[in-house]
Ligand binder design. Sequence first.
Ligand code: CO
Length: 390
Amino acid sequence: MQDWALQIAEGNTRALARAATGIENRDPRALAVLRELAPRAGRATVVGITGPPGAGKRTLVDALARTLRQEGRTMGVLAVDPSSRVSGGAILGDRIRMQAHHADPGIFIRSMATRGAVGGLARATGDLALLLDAAGKDFVVIETVGVGQDEIEIAGLAQVTVVVLVPGMGDDVQAIKAGILEIADIYVINKADQPGAQRVEREIGSMLSLAPRADGWQPPVLRTVATEGTGVAELLAAIHECRERHPRESGARRTGAACKIDHLGIAVESLERALAFYEGLLGMKVSGRETVEAEQVRVAMLPVGGGRLELLEPTAPDSAVGRFLAKRGGGLHHVALQVPDLEAAVERLRAAGARLLNEPRAGAGGHIYVFVHPASTGGVLLELIQENQS
Ligand code: CO
């Protein structure tokens, strides 16, 4: 491991801050550090906190931080404000309130208010959450300021998403419910000592009864008074319960840092002729050959760098590769990526309406794979493979 990554792994806050800035700027050296550290991630509880302005989210995060630190646990906070590109650092005041924690190396806070496009902001947020997780933070909070679709999506990168509401916003609940229903795992009514808490609770209750979650999780509705720390222990307990009973890969793990190229599949008329080139002229070496009956292909695997070339010769003209050759000639047939959790990936793709060509099944070498139609992937046939099985 290079020094920079090592320092972060050992808890050096300045090295961590430098990497966070580098990752936001897509600095290749910082991204290399992230890739090096990524395998250490996966222990943190990644929580998204969102809700309308004025709901007291920052005070709630503050109260969570205090409780976690009392328990000896560490926390990273990513405060995301896409709108402040326009309105100008509204988040600064909030930052000052968090200043009390700044002297504490167990808490790392980063405001992300000025990154370019929202797609880029979501990516940077996912990468930074991965970094904080890999750096050993027990809790990573992704806090977004509003309830626009962008904010909701960014908060939804987390494993557990908490939606914070306040009394006196019954109609607003109606207005924002569409996006929130999709991601809320836990509802918090903050400032619950103010009149109207019951009404918000009823609104949420009727919303939930109209649209029960497909996964069977019933989002609890909790009351807090963050300024006094009331209800915070209950919120933490609910977050843990949700994470355990409703395991979901965090967006931090989903952003692609964990995907690897496994192989490139190349359709050829003749393995022998192709190998005369790859082995004979390029000096590559076949690591394995086999005939996959189900796909009607003969396969030769050629290791190259961290990945492989997979040469495919059809054993029948009406096989998938045979038809590909007849129609398009030899060439790149598919790209294969390793994913950390194939089942979760398939679930997400299905939910998004991507076209899968088969149920996940065992293929050459016994690895589990699924093919995704080019219509969903930008024009190339994509093979997804469960990591560590190929
Ligand atoms: Co393949």
